[in-house]
Design a protein around this ligand. Structure first.
Ligand SMILES: O=C(O)C(=O)CO
Length: 262
């Protein structure tokens, strides 16, 4: 599989549990999700419904975010949020369970926003502890924790590849890897071609959207096809996450010259 459809930002005209089947119908065999529940520890019935939506659709879950809090409300992760440490740690085994049952091995841990009244040093110390905890947990199923810079969240401290790599190195864990979201990196002003040259062989995952606008490939001016091709040349072998905003009837009409296949 080349592409994996992020069903949390795409196909949003449909109820979430109908999106895997829609991705399949659109010609894809892989999907990824942000954390799809309002709580870190959903009911067994809700877990079963989510997992069945994926298995019944005949697609592979290739990536899942840990609970990141109230994303629509501006949260971007629990990892560095001291008062949510218990919540994050309660979520980890639930995520591992989904991964084990569905064969998913990539788990995106959003770092979290800076918080008033808590020092960055304390937040960063909690983050290293939580990331190491998650890495040890997912190791049981051969999993990898992913860490990404994001854009559009003023208080999210990881903006560049180096920001994320610095945190990863502090954990000392070999199964925590950098998630190269080309859109976020470009919008944050990082030197994407140089990031690719330096780190592509170690990317834990790639996600794409075009800029400006976070739309489908071709809707902006990012050389996404070149960046994907170069990443492949340098050894990245994983899927490409389609994490952009587009109306369902236009979401997949693009093709990237070097990767027209799906
Ligand atoms: O919040 C975002 O923009 C993300 O990419 C989450 O994975």
């Amino acid at each position: 599989m080349t592409y994996t459809v992020n069903c949390s930002i795409l196909l949003t005209e449909l109820p979430l549990l109908e999106r895997p089947a829609a991705a399949k119908k659109a010609g894809f065999d892989a999907v990824e999700f942000w954390w799809p529940f309002s709580t870190s520890t959903p009911s067994d019935a809700d877990l079963q419904a989510f997992e069945s939506a994926i298995t019944d659709a005949g697609v592979q879950l290739t990536g899942l975010n840990f609970n990141a809090g109230d994303m629509p409300g501006g949260d971007r992760g629990l990892v560095s949020w001291p008062e949510r440490q218990e919540d994050f740690r309660a979520n980890v085994p639930v995520v591992v369970g989904i991964g084990e049952r569905l064969g998913c091995k990539a788990f995106n841990a959003l770092y979290g926003n800076r918080i008033d009244g808590v020092s960055p040093e304390e937040q960063d110390a909690v983050a290293v502890e939580n990331l190491a905890f998650a890495a040890d947990a997912v190791a049981a199923i051969g999993g990898t924790v992913l860490l990404e810079p994001v854009s559009g969240a003023d208080r999210y401290p990881l903006l560049t590849a180096q920001d994320a790599l610095n945190v990863i190195s502090k954990t000392g864990k070999s199964n925590i890897k950098f998630l190269a979201d080309f859109y976020h990196l470009a919008v944050n002003g990082d030197d994407v071609p140089q990031v690719i040259e330096n780190h592509a062989k170690d990317f834990g995952h790639i996600q794409i959207a075009d800029a400006p606008g976070r739309g489908a490939p071709g809707s902006g001016n990012l050389p996404l096809g070149e960046w994907i091709a170069r990443s492949r040349e340098l050894g990245y072998e994983g899927p490409i996450g389609l994490e952009y905003k587009a109306a369902q009837d236009e979401a997949f009409t693009w093709t990237i010259r070097e990767h027209a296949s799906r």
